[in-house]
Design a protein. Structure first.
Length: 349
């Protein structure tokens, strides 16, 4: 599909299972069962299929299976969709990995096989600078539209800063981001970066297996220079949805329908509280400044004279004071700002 059609399709919200690899007992490609999986996902109502990703096993590259597996999925998807519902679009997303030359070659292979976008794995760039990773995406984006990927460190990803996601949002080829850090603080970094960037054409997809429903129903309200911007995670690109895909389609629809019934303000405050907590407890530096952070907010309100701790080496982390100032200004209702201001002098008598 065209880039515009792809953007519209992804922003509408889709269930996208990450395709496993079917093998025989001798560990060769089992085409019969591989086709059956693809047919299952299409008939279950998936709005996309991701192939060549972590769930497909990165080792397919070493075994010469990358192109054959992608080709088999594309051919089977188009054939089975023609039988089930020819009018329903199903996006084909190819995983690309490795150093830039390899990832670009894989993107070119995916394009030649009719894939619509690429999900870029950062696994091979664990030691690269964030600027180099953005350049890596830029090179791949010249071939196919991009789906960014926050992969949890436990399975080969790395921690990526808020500034990184702001820089990635500047790439016009970015169409979506898969959020899979399995970490609420890092999830919020991405949501906030996309909201402040002004990009409303980049879809957010959950990959957080531990928070799928919460991700799908929560409105994220981000204070920006342009006012409060609300962003939602509209769908999922998940290995978990490689099983129970029909149930996942139903769950996705139910979660979206429930948005009008769940108190949105309460969910939004929960997300805001996570953002506030991340600054106070210094989640970016493994909670090194957690006590000093509490002290710093109370110091800013005039309830403490400083943010000192008994241990002279324990204090605020670099940039933490600026983060606390940001969240204090953004969420005064969560910090008792007016209440403290009105009564502080009486308490300090």
């Amino acid at each position: 599909m065209s880039t515009d059609a792809l953007r519209a399709h992804l922003r509408a919200g889709q269930v996208i299972p990450a395709h496993p690899l079917a093998l025989t007992a001798s560990r060769t490609l089992d085409e019969r069962h591989q086709r059956a999986l693809t047919r299952y996902y299409v008939e279950a109502g998936a709005g996309g299929i991701a192939v060549g990703v972590h769930t497909t096993q990165f080792a397919i590259r070493e075994h010469g299976l990358y192109a054959p597996v992608l080709a088999l999925a594309a051919e089977t998807m188009h054939d089975w969709r023609g039988r089930v519902d020819p009018a329903r679009p199903v996006a084909l997303v190819a995983g690309v990995s490795g150093p830039t030359p390899q990832a670009v070659r894989e993107a070119e292979t995916a394009r030649s096989l009719g894939y619509d976008a690429v999900l870029v794995s950062p696994g091979a760039l664990r030691d690269a600078t964030e600027e180099a990773i953005v350049a890596h995406h830029r090179a791949i984006g010249e071939v196919l539209p991009l789906v960014g990927f926050y992969l949890q460190p436990a399975v080969g990803g790395r921690v990526l800063s808020y500034r990184y996601w702001c820089a990635l949002a500047e790439l016009p080829e970015l169409t979506a981001v898969k959020l899979a850090p399995f970490d609420r603080y890092r999830t919020l970094d991405v949501v906030r970066a996309l909201a402040t960037s002004g990009r409303d054409d980049v879809a957010l997809y959950t990959g957080n297996d531990d928070a799928i429903v919460a991700d799908l129903v929560t409105p994220f309200r981000v204070p920006t220079e342009r006012g409060v911007i609300e962003r939602r995670i509209v769908g999922g690109l998940l290995g978990q949805w490689a099983v129970g895909t029909r149930a996942a389609v139903g769950l996705h629809a139910e979660a979206r329908a429930a948005r009008s019934m769940v108190p949105a303000s309460l969910l939004a405050r929960g997300a805001a509280l996570t953002d506030l907590n991340g600054a106070l407890f210094d989640a970016r530096h493994d909670f090194a400044g957690c006590i000093a952070g509490i002290h710093e907010l109370l110091r800013g309100q005039g309830l403490l004279a400083g943010c000192w701790c008994l241990d002279p080496h324990e204090g605020l982390s670099p940039g933490q004071a600026e983060e606390i100032a940001r969240v204090s200004a953004a969420y005064p209702d969560l910090t008792d700002a007016d209440f403290v201001r009105a009564r502080r002098d009486d308490w300090l008598r």
